[in-house]
Design a protein around this ligand. Structure first.
Ligand code: NOJ
Length: 554
């Protein structure tokens, strides 16, 4: 998987029918932006956040039917058209699979909640109460917590039992120890592969299997900032049996050449991510996404990643649909919010994202430097975040994509489901396409550079000390080729010494145009500047070899 993946949040990408919600025909109409056209970004795959029928209590991650398309997004025929149109442009299509839980409206749950007998009785995690309180109310089977707050158990009066929900009460966890449930899930996976999709993103996959007896988790005396962190999650995720389950799933996927998957790790550390990894099956870790905008933090994060992922292939993500957009976070650190600084930060961050070792996952809108929007409570859509007292408001990072400078940003002709970004009149695709110095132009140049560079696509990575604490520098090497990346995080300026072990160096790309040339073995690095340099002469270092990276092209 040495290509670049682009995450589409379908409801926010492009609306074709004026109902204010992005949809699949809208996405098809904008594929030129992604790949296969003269001004395309040049990505290799899209990951589609869920498009299945859903009451949308958790942004589509509450699925009512795994084998259909929600009418808000279109029809199965639209999805077929999308897959075909993507394949014509050599774009792979990765579907989001939400298999830890369903919606409470899924027919399996509708039946399961009715009685302790019947074909779907064991499809979910049902348990008797651990006791009854003085008022005759049932007490939950154990102390497990919902990520979205409160107990993970909900009482079902019809069945007179509790069911488990790691997320909202409207998202009951399925029971992977039930053979019939497993068979249904695998048939569904096979169905999508037969339909032509190229892979899957597995939602919170490491929570699929729970300890068989469901023991209470140990409490942590000095917990973190949210209730969830007050427990050691020893029994409600990361169980040893998960490896066998993943092997079953991967056998189905691997039988289809050219497919790959990426697992979303749920609140576990990088060591867990590495342990679940396999060729063609990537796993997100969250180190980069949680790294603050300072050279020292990025240096530490990259060192930790390289140590953990040695010999394996990591992912690279700075933003996604669950977190504040990275440009917004970095601007807060810099305490500057003007458009010029915003663009400079977006370009510098993109340079890191597209030159580190691993598969980059871009989040729609970042290619124009999109920032979070502020959503008033009256227009809030993210039910889950509201339940969490807004500490995790995800509406802000899910704004409609800004295509043009018109009042509705070319996203819709109707009332957009979330507010249009306030800077859309000046920060939009059309405007940035016309400018050689835009954030979009920088992304396109970086993607083209990466595509043509063996060191950037597959090379080893080594951090380099260039003698300035505000400058991050690393070398990518593949056999006799080397590329050097230097990035200044602050608003100062100054010369750095280029590494002598390789070189001489020639600037191939700078985030601040026009680029400044090297002066002997030195180069000036301006405020927030990111520079990519190549060796002019090939490296003479016999014996260096580069392991073949897994590729998204199979
Ligand atoms: C992970 C998804 O990324 C997030 O958006 C969702 O809320 C949870 N899974 C629960 O489905």
């Amino acid at each position: 998987m040495d290509g670049v993946v682009y995450q589409v949040y379908p409801r926010s990408f492009a609306d074709s029918n004026g109902d204010g919600n992005g949809d699949l025909p809208g996405l098809i109409d904008h594929l030129d932006h992604l790949a296969g056209g003269p001004d395309s970004l040049g990505i290799d795959a899209i990951w589609l956040s869920p498009i299945y029928p859903s009451p949308m209590l958790d942004g589509g991650y509450d699925v009512m039917d795994y084998s259909a398309v929600d009418p808000v997004f279109g029809t199965l025929a639209d999805l077929d058209r999308l897959i075909e149109a993507c394949h014509q442009r050599s774009i792979r299509v990765i579907l989001d699979l939400v298999m830890n839980h369903t919606s409470h409206l899924h027919p399996w749950f509708v039946q399961s909640r009715q009685s302790t007998t019947g074909p779907f009785a064991d499809f979910y995690l049902w348990r008797n109460p651990s006791g009854w309180d003085r008022d005759g109310r049932p007490e939950p089977p154990n102390n497990w917590l919902s990520w979205f707050g409160g107990s993970a158990w909900e009482w079902e009066p019809q069945r007179r039992q509790f069911y488990l929900h790691t997320f909202l009460p409207e998202q009951p966890d399925v029971n992977w120890r039930c053979a019939a449930l497993r068979a249904e899930m695998w048939a569904m996976v096979q169905g999508w592969l037969d339909r032509g999709v190229d892979g899957f993103r597995l939602d919170v996959f490491n929570a699929f299997v729970k300890a068989a007896e469901l023991p209470s988790n140990p409490e942590i005396a000095a917990g973190g900032s949210i209730p969830w962190d007050g427990q050691e999650h020893r029994y409600d995720k990361d169980q040893p049996e998960l490896h066998d389950l993943l092997a079953e799933f991967r056998r189905i996927v691997d039988a289809r050449p050219g497919t790959s998957t990426v697992g979303e790790l749920f609140t576990s550390g990088i060591e867990a991510a590495v342990a679940y990894w396999a060729p063609r099956h990537l796993v997100f870790d969250w180190i980069l996404l949680e790294t603050a905008w300072t050279a020292a933090s990025f240096r530490a994060a990259i060192a930790a990643r390289e140590a953990a992922w040695a010999g394996r292939w990591p992912t690279i993500a700075l933003s996604n649909h669950d977190h504040s957009r990275h440009v917004s976070r970095y601007l807060d650190t810099l305490d500057r919010h003007d458009p010029a600084t915003s663009d400079a930060v977006a370009k510098a961050a993109a340079t890191i994202e597209l030159t580190l070792r691993g598969t980059p996952f871009l989040y729609y809108g970042e290619e124009i430097g999109a920032r979070d929007i502020v959503v008033p409570r009256s227009r809030a859509r993210d039910r889950a975040a509201l339940r969490m007292a807004d500490w995790w408001n995800r509406d802000g990072c899910r704004a409609p994509m800004a295509w043009t400078g018109d009042a509705k940003a070319g996203f819709t002709t109707g009332r957009p489901w979330l507010p249009i970004p306030p800077d859309a009149a000046s920060r939009n695709v059309e405007e940035q396409r016309a400018s050689g110095s835009s954030v979009l132009a920088h992304y396109r140049r970086l993607l083209a550079l990466r595509r043509g560079s063996r060191p950037l696509r597959t090379g080893e990575l080594a951090l380099v000390d260039v003698g300035d604490p505000d400058v991050l520098a690393y070398l990518r090497r593949a056999n006799d080729e080397a590329t050097l990346v230097v990035v200044r995080f602050g608003l100062g300026s100054g010369e750095i010494e280029l590494p002598q072990a390789a070189g001489p160096w020639k600037v191939v790309l700078s985030s601040l145009e026009p680029a400044t040339p090297t002066i002997g073995s030195r180069i000036e690095v301006r405020p927030l500047e990111a520079i990519v340099l190549d060796t002019v002469a090939p490296l003479v270092e016999p014996g260096s070899s580069v392991p073949d990276a897994p590729t998204i092209h199979g």
